[in-house]
Write a protein that binds this ligand. Structure first.
Ligand SMILES: NC(=O)c1ccc[n+]([C@@H]2O[C@H](COP(=O)([O-])OP(=O)(O)OC[C@H]3O[C@@H](n4cnc5c(N)ncnc54)[C@H](OP(=O)(O)O)[C@@H]3O)[C@@H](O)[C@H]2O)c1
Length: 304
């Protein structure tokens, strides 16, 4: 038996992936880092598939919340209540209609959940990984910023120093939908940068990859968007799933499960586009930026 720790398993792509992993690999004990009722409902559903599921109530928008959940999981690992840690999936993600949402720690929430939370969790679990182990971070092809990858639905990322990017109001006209979606694409670029930095630092046998599900309408991701966008996501875009630019939630969930289970061939540091390792954007390979982002995340960890 081995342990998989997963965020973002309570709805959308991650919920399907969690179900698939439990069905395909009876050796997995899944630790669900989920919040409130959403976490409890998912636990009930997944327990119908396997007894090997543990819920640890976690709000990823709180540094204290992340810290105490990580301590709980590490205690269970150390006491032998959980089998050895061999996988982590950082799938949770948010997108807002502005760039002004703030966490209790003062970070912009998109950055906090999509970028910082993965770093803090990985730092906490790093000493417990037993090789061979695999870490998957869900990112997005919106990080490319071009029409081919975004369909014009999400603006291109706008990089600046991490201290600015991490705070509310980092983008022009921060109260607008455009700013909220720029915060999203930028956070996904940042997440890929961190995957590159982690890949340089992790020991042999502990691999980290990023996973892009493509455009997957009908999940909860646009739940804070206006009625037109929600209608498009629920009713119009799914019809495009017969084209290569859109995937259905079940298909994207299965591909995430394959990435987690190591069934998609992908070397450490690489970017899985649905089910194939391909280069991420040219901009996303930048060791100086990656190093600075790591340092910033470390300051946040120590200050928080
Ligand atoms: N859908 C797409 O088109 C698309 C495209 C590219 C990438 N992605 C990425 O795919 C991943 C999954 O997204 P999805 O589309 O399946 O969206 P979703 O249905 O909204 O799922 C998001 C997940 O993140 C969790 N989450 C968000 N904030 C959290 C917090 N503060 N604490 C704990 N958990 C939190 C949610 O938990 P709750 O149930 O508690 O809300 C949920 O499990 C995200 O990283 C997203 O950015 C999606």
């Amino acid at each position: 038996m081995h342990t998989l720790i997963m965020t973002g398993a309570t709805r959308g792509i991650g919920r399907v992936a969690a179900t698939e992993v439990l069905r395909k690999d009876q050796e997995t004990h899944l630790v669900l880092l989920g919040r409130g009722e959403s976490g409890r409902n998912t636990l009930d559903e997944l327990r119908a598939i396997s007894d090997n599921v543990t819920l640890v109530d976690t709000d990823l928008a709180s540094i204290d919340g992340i810290r105490s959940s990580a301590e709980t999981v590490n205690r269970m690992l150390d006491q032998g209540d959980l089998p050895p840690l061999r996988a982590f999936a950082g799938n949770a993600g948010v997108q807002f209609v502005d760039a002004l949402h703030a966490t209790p720690d003062g970070y912009e929430t998109t950055f906090a959940v999509n970028v910082l939370a993965n770093h803090l969790l990985l730092r906490a679990f790093e000493p417990r990984f037993s090789a061979p182990a695999r870490i998957v971070i869900t990112v997005s092809d919106t990080h490319f910023g071009d029409f081919r990858h975004t369909g014009g639905l999400v603006p291109a990322p706008r990089w600046s120093d991490p201290e600015t990017l991490a705070r509310p109001g980092a983008f022009p006209k921060p109260a607008t939908v455009t700013a909220g979606r720029t915060a999203y694409s930028t956070s996904k670029l940042a997440a890929i940068h961190l995957v590159h930095e982690w890949a340089r630092r992790l020991p042999d046998g502990v691999d980290i990859v990023s996973y892009n599900p493509g455009l997957v309408p009908g999940t909860g991701l646009v739940r804070s968007a206006g009625p037109i966008d929600r209608f498009l996501s629920r009713r119009v875009l799914p019809a495009l799933s017969i084209t290569p630019i859109v995937d259905t939630v079940p298909a994207a969930g299965r591909k995430l499960a394959d990435a987690i289970l190591g069934r998609t061939a992908a070397p450490t540091g690489s970017y899985i586009d649905r089910s194939r390792a391909v280069p991420s954007s040219k901009e996303s390979y930048d060791p100086d930026r990656e190093h600075r982002l790591w340092d910033f995340a470390e300051h946040a960890r120590k200050d928080g």
